[in-house]
Design a protein around this ligand. Structure first.
Ligand code: 5GP
Length: 177
């Protein structure tokens, strides 16, 4: 029950999110059966989605974390992506699933996919909870997609505005005007 975020208008309910996360987990379980899968959480925004999703993947996965920044504390992408924390293990020969909160311009994921490809994984796919195709700059294939949304700045379920609102259990619209 959220009482501190009354200005955030619900866009996707907790129930809808949980249903989708379960479906994504089941699909990933089928697709990676018999394979050595590393689920990579892109910090910080994906942390809640990641934690829920991996518990619906019925495989002996391993996990790793990477942190990139492109926004600073702004609400629009700077287009300048940096690695703040790299993976802790080599990914060569492994099946990698990058788990992202939202794909907006695609710049962050494009950067990450290009970078990780140079490390020669067996395969590299992307799972994103949200997709905002209206701002697309880079075309990145999203193999597992939760919800496609209009061009709102959204918060909750891990997503922030200046580091706040990550702990709301739904995805809502942050009032920008
Ligand atoms: P992109 O590089 O695709 O433009 O942006 C990806 C990153 O920008 C996401 O991982 C997320 O951190 C941030 N981002 C993009 N759109 C939103 C949004 O609507 N809300 C929040 N909180 N972050 C966003």
């Amino acid at each position: 029950m959220v009482t501190f975020a009354k200005d955030i208008k619900e866009l996707i309910s907790s129930k809808e999110i949980q249903k989708k996360v379960k479906e994504l987990g089941e699909q990933i379980t089928k697709d990676y059966h018999g394979k050595e899968l590393v689920c990579v959480c892109i910090l910080k925004g994906s942390v809640i989605f990641f934690s829920d999703l991996i518990r619906h993947i019925d495989l002996p996965i391993t996990i790793d974390f990477i942190r990139v920044s492109s926004y600073g504390n702004e609400l629009t992408s700077s287009g300048d992506v940096r690695i703040n924390k790299d993976l802790s293990s080599p990914v060569k020969g492994k099946h990698i699933l990058l788990i992202e909160d939202i794909v907006d311009t695609g710049i962050t994921l494009d950067f990450l996919v290009e970078l990780l490809r140079t490390r020669e994984p067996a395969s590299l796919k992307v799972c994103s909870l949200l997709h905002k195709p209206s701002n697309k700059v880079k075309d990145v294939e999203i193999s597992y997609k939760g919800f496609t949304i209009d061009n709102h700045y959204v918060v909750g379920y891990g997503l922030d505005a200046a580091e706040k609102y990550r702990n709301i259990n739904f995805v809502g619209i942050y009032p920008t005007a």
